[in-house]
Design a protein around this ligand. Structure first.
Ligand SMILES: C[S@@+](CC[C@H](N)C(=O)[O-])C[C@H]1O[C@@H](n2cnc3c(N)ncnc32)[C@H](O)[C@@H]1O
Length: 264
């Protein structure tokens, strides 16, 4: 890692997030690591499995910190009637709007991989289904007690929530992480599932010239936090892998997780 300054996205005055660069860095290919596992495939495999069992279903789904790619919502789309995407970054929300309106077709490699797992239907059909089911693309700050305050989803409680690679990015400390779980939890109905994916013990990731600071949370901390915040952990899978040397430039992640937790 270079000596570049680390930034925390929600604490800087101008939205620094570059959706195209993020996409090109992390999502242009679904195969990152060679021998002992692949984090990008692991994320898609786990989210696909979580929804394909058919137990996580309902009317409304919220995806938190969607970024420029609604891959979790893509897997969940058949199981919900209405989907809300959310992100702190205006750049990402605009990118998602363009994708919803058919102006952007970037998501292909990841969506195609998910459809291979599905073994039925086409990527185009699923993409159209998701586009139709998206009701809102809204501002969200998970560090705030009402994360979607003053938007159209204000006051709505969702049947299920998904989020990937967001909580560790918005936290300086484990207490921050716990607060974000609590804040997001207020948007979930009792008995509803929170499907969460992320990186373990990662202190930074890079988009272009910018280094984003992350709290290097570990598996036990996540489990403790969720249990203390009133969730029952249904499943938690972890993948440890050896990044290729050139990947160290982009992040110090070598362990990722996927978890399903139910709000008690
Ligand atoms: C690493 S990206 C993850 C994007 C996508 N979910 C994925 O897995 O590729 C982190 C996302 O979290 C969003 N984010 C950062 N701080 C946030 C906050 N305080 N509240 C909500 N979203 C935040 C960023 O704008 C960005 O889209």
């Amino acid at each position: 890692m270079s000596a570049d300054k680390l930034i925390k996205q929600h604490t800087v005055p101008v939205d620094p997030f570059d959706p195209e660069k993020y996409f090109d860095t992390f999502y242009s290919n679904v195969s990152w690591h060679k021998e002992d596992g692949d984090s990008m495939k692991f994320f898609q495999d786990c989210i696909h499995e979580a929804f394909n069992e058919g137990n996580i279903t309902g009317k409304t789904l919220l995806d938190v910190g969607t970024g420029p790619i609604p891959n979790m919502a893509f897997c969940a789309a058949p199981w919900f009637e209405e989907i809300t995407l959310s992100d702190f970054s205006l750049n990402n929300r605009e990118f998602l709007r363009k994708w919803k309106d058919g102006e952007i077709d970037h998501m292909r490699p990841v969506f195609e991989y998910i459809m291979q797992l599905d073994k039925s239907g086409s990527m185009e059909e699923r993409q159209d289904l998701l586009r139709r089911k998206i009701r809102n693309i809204v501002f969200c700050d998970i560090t705030q007690p009402n994360p979607t305050a003053s938007t159209v989803v204000d006051g709505v409680i969702f049947d299920a929530i998904t989020s990937s690679n967001c909580l560790e990015i918005a936290s300086f400390t484990p207490e921050d992480y716990a607060k974000s779980v609590r804040n997001i939890g207020t948007l979930l109905k009792p008995g509803g599932c929170f499907v969460l994916e992320g990186c373990l013990e990662m202190s930074f990731y890079r988009i272009g010239e910018l280094l984003y600071e992350c709290y290097p949370i570990n598996k036990n901390q996540i489990q403790d936090i969720f249990q203390k915040e009133g969730f029952e952990i249904i499943s938690m899978n972890v993948l440890n892998y050896t990044p290729r040397p050139e990947e160290h430039y982009y992040s110090d992640c070598n362990s990722v997780f996927a978890m399903v937790a139910r709000k008690v």
